[in-house]
Ligand binder design. Structure first.
Ligand SMILES: *Cc1c(COP(=O)(O)O)cnc(C)c1O
Length: 382
């Protein structure tokens, strides 16, 4: 059977060779995946146990999420001063990846453009291609703090673009966005009638007292913005598959049109556990961030000690590290594998990820320390 053009247009998986190398060593420290190692907090698991016993949760859920779940989301956003109408400005998702991948199906026609950051979370690109759209890659460069320069987007492209994806705090660069940039992105999308799809998956994973900004905190954002959010990273719930989107009621309605035709919502018991998660005391998230913060310090200081160039991130559980002179990101990844440390080569997130590798802080601090010691034993002269 011939696969569809769409599927054949998806980027190939680049790392078969690295996967092979990984299998050779038994003691590999995997700092490649972005999946929290810490279990879901106890009170959330307990809420799930109770909810799963209740037969009323065994039936089809509502497409858009229960009003109780959406109300809990609105309360969660109210902490940051954002007022949301649970009826029309919030939708539950089967993980935010699901919503991100489905949004282009609601708004993109054959040949329309979608503006996609490079490097970036691969789903923006894949979701665009699956909707017969054309990804228009905008580079995130170090010299610009890994923010795109929106003035570089040709006006013919902007006119034919339906969606722009942005993601701050950012995966994989761990960069954050400040007021001025966020306002300019909203203005750009209003001027060009583009949906601004902001991926806020790491909105709560912040350090040193830094607070990440929701795009919905800004004036006029509700005209063009849909913000994707998730319980995955905030509450160590990646396996549970629950996220949500908030923002413009019109865009939420568009996404719901796709979803009612392809899925039947989030398991009601998981939504109940999600309500418990969202209503957690602020100390729950603070404790999770503290753990990453300690690991970050050990990793960043260790990498600097061996002469590597890294910024100390204010947010996310990633450290985006420049590869030393004379290596590509794949070559440097293989070099690190010689001492059993696995990272993700930057080029896996797009061409402009070349020159960097991504370390995930998803191993305990002793293991991070051991990774640093192993890297210290390498001769990094190419
Ligand atoms: C982890 C992640 C998500 C969240 O995915 P879920 O489907 O909610 O688990 C979304 N965007 C980015 C950039 C991520 O890294």
């Amino acid at each position: 059977m011939q696969l569809s053009e769409r599927i054949r247009k998806l980027p190939k998986y680049l790392f078969a060779e690295i996967d092979e190398m990984k299998k050779i060593r038994k003691d590999v420290i995997d700092l490649g995946v972005g999946d929290p190692d810490i279990p879901t907090p106890r009170h959330i698991v307990e809420a799930m146990k109770k909810a799963v016993e209740d037969p009323k949760n065994h039936r089809y859920p509502s497409y858009e999420g229960s009003i109780e779940f959406r109300t809990a989301v609105s309360e969660f956003y109210e902490r940051r001063g954002v007022k949301l109408d649970p009826e029309s400005e919030i939708i539950a998702l089967i993980g935010s990846k699901e919503g991100i991948a489905h949004l282009p199906l609601a708004y993109v026609n054959l040949g329309d453009y979608v503006i996609v950051p490079d490097p970036g979370y691969p789903v923006y690109n894949a979701g665009t291609i699956l909707a017969d759209g054309i990804p228009y890659k905008i580079p995130l460069r170090k010299e610009n703090g890994f923010l795109p320069n929106l003035d570089e987007i040709p006006s013919e492209i902007a006119k034919k673009s339906k969606i722009m994806f942005l993601n701050y705090p950012n995966n994989p660069t761990s960069a954050v966005a400040e007021r001025e940039f966020i306002k300019s992105a909203i203005d750009f999308c209003i001027d060009n009638k583009i949906i601004l799809a902001h991926d806020f998956a790491y909105g709560e994973i912040t350090f040193d007292g830094y607070r990440a900004k929701s795009f919905l905190e800004f004036e006029n954002a509700f005209e063009v913005c849909i913000e994707f959010n998730s319980l995955s990273k905030t509450f160590n719930m990646t396996g549970w598959r629950i996220g949500f989107a908030v923002g413009s009621s019109e865009i939420i309605k568009g996404l719901l049109k796709v979803k009612t035709n392809v899925d039947s919502g989030v398991f009601q018991a998981i939504q109940e556990a999600g309500i418990t998660a969202l209503r957690s005391d602020v100390s729950v998230i603070r404790d999770i961030c503290k753990i990453y913060e300690e690991r970050r310090d050990v990793l960043v200081e260790g990498l600097r000690d061996v002469g590597l160039s890294v910024e100390k991130p204010k947010a996310t559980f990633y450290v985006w590290c420049e590869v030393p002179e004379g290596y590509t990101s794949v070559e440097f990844t293989k070099k690190l594998l010689e001492v059993g440390v696995l990272v993700t080569p930057g080029v896996g997130f797009g061409d402009f990820g070349e020159g960097f590798v991504r370390f995930s802080l998803t191993k305990d601090v002793e293991t991070v320390r051991e990774a640093v010691e192993r890297i210290g034993k390498l001769d990094l002269q190419p």
